[in-house]
Write a protein that binds this ligand. Sequence first.
Ligand code: HEM
Length: 450
Amino acid sequence: MKLHTPKTLPYIPVAPGALPILGHFAKMKNNQVAFLEETQKKLGPLFWLNAGFGQWTVVVTGEAAHTVMKNKETRSDVMGGEGDRITGHITTDTVSIKDGAPHRRIRGAIQSPFTPKGLTVSEIGALLEETAEKRTSGWKENTKLEILHETSVYALDIIFRMLGVADLDLPLWRKTYNDFVGPWTMIPFNFPGSPRWRSLKARDWMDKEFQKMIDQARATGDTKTMLGAIVHGTDEEGQGLEPKELFANLRILGLAGHETTAATVAWMFIHMGATPELWEEIREEAVAADSPPTSPKDMERFPKIEALFREVLRLYPVINVLTPRRVEEPIEIYGVKIPKDTSVSASLLSLSRDANLYPNPETLSLERWTKQAHRPKPSEAVQFGGGPHFCLGYHLAVFEGVVYTTIAARRLASLGLQPVLQGEIPKPTYMPLTRPPAEAKILLKPNYKA
Ligand code: HEM
């Protein structure tokens, strides 16, 4: 697909510091948040960015980001398809790169287990609770947690367990999955031993395993578990998924729902570990309840913990700049004409830290959410996107974060411990999602109030 570049649209300014081949990758790796904010301040609300390997996209900040996400004049087919040498091995046939009727068909077929009702029917609350209990059961005084690793294992185990992977097989699935989606697999060279080669081998292995699980769900007529609901899922017209679509979309769930949730929950612990007063508020709320939340609705009992999830995600949107869209019908944004076949990317960061929407946007404040008269709506969670591709896992992600934090806080309280961040609050790193650095550590110390 031939797309515009700064050469063909020179009237849009280019973000500074692009390197040959890597583009702005190095700048973003260093601190994507600061890079995007400084560039917007310097160049205004629209600028060219090169994500590496010649992938040029126009970053659209502020209100107009919603125009991009609505997908009225834009399409999601920039990434994916066999023609995409960077991510095609992961995104082909997935819901993320489809539009219109094909998108509605795939999304319609897989969405029911992700709704609050679906999550309640498949008793995901019990699974989250069990997984979090297991991850935190060995914690004791002076345990040092590499917090991102902790939360990553939790988030990935949940997805695999929801899909019916046996507990004993989880370590092998984790390893295989990391081979499949590791960031180096984006380098488009495939030779024996290369990351891309390992990714394709991992993909074949997972598909064989999925096939066994699918056969079993079909044989038993299971529609209650998440895997069963997806295997038997249909859209409003009764159409299900083609076999290759079923595999692709089962695989993408791990990618979409793993690092995203893990990074957010890790930031929650980093902030609690850096601010004893915040920890105290969260601890009190977790201990005051009789039990962790059992369903998305039941999260009402944990307004502060849910608020912390939303606040850290607002401060550090895991996806600062949304996967690109292709302009299909020419559009005008902030008075600038953007022609057909330009790649455009909505800046979720610019909306998340917009001072008009969030006074003192750099400050973490639970009250932004707890003082609202209503429960936060999906439309107030722009970090999960907007328009037809709004995150399918939204309810699950918030639920996962609240259950984990509640259980971890209750465990620490019962041991008289509190989380203490080692060092300063770290800068976010980027690869290609935004997350805390892997080295960020939390030490479990006696509670200063105990
Ligand atoms: C904090 C956690 C999460 C964040 C911040 C997040 C963010 C996002 C965003 C921004 C999009 C929109 C992408 C676009 O428009 O191009 C998206 C889509 C999606 N997310 Fe999430 N996500 C999270 C957790 C999850 C979880 C737990 C799952 C499921 C296991 C999930 C599954 C999906 C899927 C399948 C899509 C594609 C939907 C479509 O294209 O119709 N996400 N997510």
